[in-house]
Write a protein that binds this ligand. Structure first.
Ligand code: URP
Ligand code: ZN
Ligand code: ZN
Length: 472
């Protein structure tokens, strides 16, 4: 199949120019002005942006946790992602207690089989380094043998996913040897458990107490601990879902010293603040119960500054969708509200409208934050994350003037909640291609379940070599 995208404004992290993009098979074959080529499909992109398919490095599809499973499986999650202009994501594979890493990965590969429509890789979540679980030796083999080059550790959720500081540090030492990246969910799990017990003892069971028992300082403390330990171990560190100034500061300080520390925030932290957890009509507050929780509004301009100047390098989604029915389980006790919210379908909408259109970041910077940096940091660049000859033809033809109202009534995620419900944006994907195949055109889904591929990722910062295919 060949496709010619004509006359669009090609925007990468570095460039912005009008050109035709010619795709042959799965790759971009030619880029130039008024290309004289025949193609089986021609897309007129006049007045549109031609962007790299977005890359989301933080998602939880079909994730079983605390007795509930996130509602977007690899089909529904991928459909939602595709309509939002995301063509690649890296999902979290959880090592269950008593499981080897190989066993866990086999289960997660099974989840995507026959369902995937966009491409994805896996990070491994390390939960059990006991004799019954995974060994550090096995962990060391994952980058080369499985194409899994990032180890994720939870410093909180004492009931389920948390690892000890010793475990965290040992994994960091392994990462320093193997070229993997260490990712941390940074919150002080012990302090949170004490605060939760105090809140329950005082009869404080409403959703707001989810946030009040996880204050910004406990995120800041754990972030600093992870930063210092990673430096001692000599491992690169990526801090996920940075929500506030308290956790941003240790990252900024480390980067100023030249340490190998990176960080992301997520779309929701720019828009949803602590006051949303006080909206008790219809128990709506539960929709915004995720971790770290929504923060006081003063953090929002701080996070915009951080992504604008490069103190944070990525905006991800932490896509983790639950239904109203699942959220309602916590009506009398905030501890029972499943933590998480869906976001893959609207990241580009929200960041383009409120970031680019409203002048907080440039268009190039948006591409860098949503496409290029996640691909680079997680070993997929330049196969993914940019538009250049030889790269995978993951392309979004984006109409910067199209009006769109975000709502759960029309979104494609399986959840009946949209945390940006009713938001009106200008700018929306019109055509989405994944490896040269049109998977979304207007309101139509054209991808076949099972057509998405698993992406074996290179080690930290090692680029995958694109096979530069010369056009016939
Ligand atoms: O609330 C969230 N974020 N749920 C998913 C698990 C995590 O901490 O990322
Ligand atoms: Zn987390
Ligand atoms: Zn997460």
């Amino acid at each position: 199949m060949s496709v010619l995208i004509k006359g669009g404004r090609v925007v990468t992290a570095a460039d912005d120019y009008v050109a035709d993009v010619y795709i042959e098979g799965e790759r971009i074959a030619l880029i130039g002005r008024s290309l004289d080529v025949d193609a089986e499909k021609v897309i007129d992109a006049t007045g549109k942006y031609v962007l790299p398919g977005a890359v989301d490095p933080h998602t939880h599809l079909e994730m079983p946790w605390r007795g509930k499973t996130t509602v977007d499986d690899f089909y529904h999650g991928h459909v939602a992602a595709a309509f939002g202009g995301t063509t690649t994501h890296v999902d979290f594979c959880i090592q269950g207690k008593g499981q080897t890493f190989g066993e866990a990965l086999e289960i997660w590969h099974g989840k995507r089989e026959g369902k995937a429509i966009i491409d994805n890789g896996f990070h491994i979540i390390v939960t059990d380094l006991s004799e019954d679980g995974g060994t550090l030796e096995e962990l060391a083999t994952l980058p080369e043998e499985h194409g899994v080059s990032s180890y994720k550790l939870f410093m909180a959720y004492n009931d389920s996913l948390r690892i000890s500081d010793e475990g965290l540090f040992r994994v960091m030492q392994v990462a320093a040897r193997t070229g993997a990246c260490v990712m941390v969910h940074a919150e002080n799990g012990d302090a949170i458990e004490v605060l939760i017990a105090d809140a329950i003892a005082a009869g404080n069971t409403d959703p707001i107490h989810h946030a009040l028992t996880r204050p910004p300082e406990v995120e800041g403390e754990a972030t600093n601990r992870a930063v210092q330990l990673a430096h001692v171990a000599g491992a690169p560190l990526y801090v996920v879902h940075v929500s506030c100034e308290e956790s941003l500061e240790p990252i900024q300080a480390a980067r100023r010293k030249g340490w190998d520390v990176w960080g992301e925030t997520c779309t929701q932290y720019f828009f949803v603040d602590l006051s949303f957890l006080e909206r008790m009509e219809n128990f709506e507050a539960a929709n915004w119960v995720y971790t770290p929780p929504p923060r006081p509004k003063k953090n929002q301009p701080i996070l915009w500054d951080a992504v604008r100047v490069g103190d944070l390098q990525v905006i991800s989604t932490d896509h983790c969708g639950y239904t109203l029915e699942q959220k309602a389980l916590g009506k009398d006790d905030f501890r029972q509200i499943p933590n998480g919210a869906a976001g893959m379908e609207n990241r580009l909408h929200m960041i383009h409208h409120f970031g680019v259109r409203e002048g907080r970041i440039t268009l190039n910077r948006m591409v860098e934050l949503l496409c290029t940096n996640p691909a680079k940091l997680f070993g997929m660049y330049p196969k993914k994350g940019t538009i250049a000859v030889g790269c995978d033809a993951d392309v979004v033809v984006f109409d910067p003037e199209k009006r769109h109202t975000i709502t759960a009534k029309t979104h494609h995620s399986a959840t009946d909640i949209n945390i940006f419900e009713g938001t009106e944006v200008v700018g929306s994907p019109e055509v989405v291609l994944r490896r040269g195949e049109v998977i979304v055109e207007g309101a139509e889904l054209l991808a076949k379940p099972g057509s998405g591929q698993f992406v074996r990722r290179a080690k930290f910062r090692e680029a995958l070599q694109p096979e530069v295919a010369a056009p016939a």
